[in-house]
Design a protein around this ligand. Structure first.
Ligand code: NDP
Ligand code: 8X3
Length: 252
């Protein structure tokens, strides 16, 4: 039987590239996202290679998530790798100008959605045991504050600490946990963050060399396929052409 990976946010960016990466190496994939037509498209692309199950779900819907996991068909039941990737940033403006609804959406997706899927799959992953992995997609924004990062960065700080705390509780089960923290990567992320402003999105990536979705997919696959006795706690990955900046100071 093939190894099985469940990937959230598989309709775009890192998640879609990760689905392709695992399928290329013969893994069965369970793909979660809200956009059915994107899931169908990816299924058509991959199903000649490997078994593919698509679940058009919103990770914020805990009941739908736990029902879908409980009802997984036998051929997809014994999940070995969970990639908690679904997530988004909204409201790039300063905190004092952001809509409360956008803050809620980020928390509901990046925090609540991630714990919903994790909670539903933990018994399976523990049953899989040695070699199983939870790979959570955090961000450099969870470690380094920047203007406009407010709730987005805070949700990614949660992802880091939740990942570390999970490791403590899963000690002895064989289940590994990794927080992958990428920097600037060219996906639909900025299009979502700016509510469809293609020019702003293109401008952010223009004239530099951002990470590509395949770069992160390769790291996710690497972490997931290391020998079972190795746990990468965190991987922080930036483009070579991105670095930190100096502190800002308010002056008279
Ligand atoms: P994309 O916008 O390209 O992809 C986001 C994915 O998340 C889509 O597949 C989307 O699917 C899914 N998603 C969003 N909300 C939900 C939801 N409520 N339920 C189910 N799926 C959802 O962005 P990225 O690939 O860049 O983002 C993936 C992850 O990487 C996110 O967690 C992001 O925070 C993180 N990240 C991104 C970086 C970047 O610079 N791009 C850097 C660091 C971290 P659909 O809309 O179909 O539901
Ligand atoms: C996404 C990367 O730098 O836009 O998490 O916050 S950044």
């Amino acid at each position: 039987m093939n190894d099985i990976a469940l990937i959230t946010g598989a309709t775009s960016g890192f998640g879609r590239a990760t689905a392709r990466r695992f399928a290329d190496s013969g893994w069965s994939v369970i793909l979660i996202g809200r956009r059915q037509e994107r899931l169908d498209e990816l299924q058509r692309e991959l199903e000649d290679k490997v078994p593919v199950l698509t679940l058009a779900l919103d990770v914020r819907d805990d009941e739908a998530i736990s029902r879908a996991i409980a009802d997984l068909p036998d051929a997809f039941r014994q999940v070995k790798v969970l990639v908690n990737n679904a997530g988004l940033a909204l409201a790039p403006q300063p905190a004092q100008e952001a809509e409360l609804a956008d803050w809620h959406t980020m928390i509901d997706t990046n925090v609540t959605g991630l714990v919903n899927v994790t909670h539903a799959l933990l018994p399976t992953l523990i049953d899989t045991g040695a070699g199983a992995s939870i790979i959570n997609i955090g961000s450099v924004a969870g470690k380094f504050p920047y203007p406009g990062g407010h709730v987005y960065g805070a949700t990614k700080a949660f992802v880091q600490q939740f990942s570390y705390n999970l490791r403590c509780d899963l000690l002895g089960t064989g289940v590994r946990v990794t927080d992958i923290a990428p920097g600037m990567a060219e996906t639909e992320f900025t299009l979502v963050r700016t509510r469809g402003d293609k020019e702003a999105s293109d401008a952010l990536y223009r004239g530099t060399t951002p990470l590509q979705p395949e770069d992160i997919a390769e790291q996710i696959f690497y972490v997931a396929t290391l020998p079972a006795h190795i746990n990468i706690n965190q991987l922080e990955i930036m483009p070579t052409r991105q670095a930190w900046s100096k502190f800002a100071v308010d002056r008279d």
